[in-house]
Design a protein around this ligand. Structure first.
Ligand SMILES: [Zn+2]
Length: 460
């Protein structure tokens, strides 16, 4: 470990030396981005501490100092949190390109961490700190890139709007509010999804563009019954009926689904992993009605969620007394929904399996379903150049992620959204949400190149 960290660190320095010629009047953008990242990490934007508006204010100040009109950088408070919207004016205000990131972070307790989580510490080729990966890295990269473009006098064809949410990790109220403010936007570039996968610090494996998210909904199956005394059992018993219904649901599989994205991802992953599973993936990518291939992929726990909507019982409540027949039996069922499937379709699918009188299947809480974003040729072409700027020819694959990001809300508003983070990270180094979160130092320069090429290509 120590050796590879040392190599990483050296490689980082080499990279800086080769790629950032510093002259008196050209700012060192890597230094600026790193300083900004340190500032962002120093403001603990966890839920309940009211620090998101403070952080938004700092970013606002940097943008105005860097040439944005004060009236184009708006911080809006929402309860304890805030949003920031910064408009980089183009030749035409319509068809704006949105850049989405979030300012909040997951809680980090000082006593659990090796280093202070709200101080950016650089050691052994890594920057450490809460949020340094999720998602303050891409906040720093995109803000720095916009400042750089201002300085270079770049005028985009259409407005570029930086859109920062303040509670992505928790309630997503700020995201919901932001997603409704840009009805005519062309697309969203989300720094909180996708990115480069590294094997060590020098070898890149693949670049993933996140184009879809599996979404979720929770349902309750409720069986009711007149009940009675337990000394006189009836034929219909709410607990037995619910148990039977759940066994049917257990045996049921929603239909296999695929999109151009998941087929492409299976083709690529299948080639990478090889073996019987890899071959099944390649067969499925060529022919998604190959049932045997689908069955083999589904049998692997790693990929069970990639082919269809899945639902699973998670909680049970039934009966009211030990000597009474149950009047009520309720099961909670949580579903992960394949893009393009509506919540009502899932509810109807469950109800069909339950097939009981005096039974209801209803959604609880508020689920969210959204479609996959189409692979737009202009986005893929710009991304190709951005990826080539760091790793020429690196494969790019579209991916569907299982969690939720801000893109979920924008997709639901009909705005195609793409996770195109500038992070180039080895999955072994991914401690986001966990302890000792870190990113390799090398990703700052790579990420700056990435966003600069991506924006200038897409917005020229
Ligand atoms: Zn995030």
């Amino acid at each position: 470990m120590a050796n590879s960290s040392a190599t990483t660190f050296l490689a980082g320095i080499l990279c800086i030396a080769l790629s950032t010629p510093v002259s008196a009047d050209t700012p060192n953008w890597e230094q600026s981005a790193t300083a900004l990242l340190a500032e962002l990490v120093s403001v603990p934007t966890v839920q309940g501490q009211g620090q998101v508006p403070v952080l938004a204010g700092r970013i606002q100040r940097h943008l105005i100092d860097g040439g944005f009109a004060a009236s184009d950088v708006i911080v809006t408070r929402m309860e304890q949190s805030a949003t920031l919207v910064a408009r980089y004016r183009g030749r035409d205000p319509g068809q704006a390109i949105l850049i989405s990131n979030h300012m909040d972070v997951v809680e980090a307790k000082r006593e659990d961490w090796t280093r202070d989580p709200v101080t950016l510490v650089t050691e052994n080729g890594y920057h450490y700190g809460r949020g340094v990966y999720d998602n303050k890295l891409d906040v720093a990269l995109t803000v720095t890139t916009l400042l750089r473009l201002k300085r270079e006098g770049f005028v985009p064809a259409h407005d570029i709007i930086l859109v920062l949410s303040g509670d992505e990790e928790t309630e997503m109220k700020t995201t919901a509010a932001l997603s409704k403010q840009f009805p005519g936007a062309a697309l969203v570039l989300n720094g909180d999804g996708g990115g480069g996968t590294m094997a060590g610090d020098e070898r890149a494996v693949v670049y993933s563009i996140q184009t879809a998210e599996k979404t979720y909904a929770t349902f309750e199956i409720e069986v009711s019954n007149p009940g009675g005394h337990s000394s006189r059992p009836r034929k219909d018993n709410a607990i037995y009926q619910l148990a039977d219904a759940l066994k049917r649901l257990e045996a049921y599989a929603f239909p296999v689904q695929s999109t151009e994205q998941t087929r492409a991802a299976f083709g690529f992953t299948g080639k990478q992993i090889g073996g019987s599973l890899g071959q099944a993936m390649q067969r499925f990518s060529r022919n998604p009605s190959d049932g045997e291939a689908a069955a083999e992929i589904s049998a692997d726990p790693e990929y069970v969620g990639t082919l269809r909507t899945t639902c699973v019982a998670t909680q049970l409540h039934a009966g009211h007394a030990e000597n009474a027949l149950p009047q009520r039996a309720v099961a909670t069922v949580n579903c992960r929904i394949f893009p393009g499937t509506s919540i009502e379709q899932v509810r109807a699918g469950i109800a069909e399996q339950v097939r009981l009188p005096q039974t209801s299947v209803r959604e609880i809480g508020k689920g969210f379903a959204s479609d996959a974003s189409p692979l737009k040729p202009e986005v893929m072409a710009a991304l190709r150049k951005a990826v080539d700027a760091n790793f020429p020819g690196l494969p790019i694959i579209p991916t569907m992620s299982s969690g939720a990001t801000d893109s979920l809300y924008f997709r639901a508003e009909g705005i195609p959204s793409y996770g195109v983070s500038g992070a180039y990270v080895d999955p072994q180094d991914d401690f986001s949400h966990g302890l000792n979160e870190r990113v390799p130092v090398s990703t700052v320069l790579r990420g700056l190149k990435h966003w600069h090429v991506l924006l200038t290509e897409l917005a020229k």
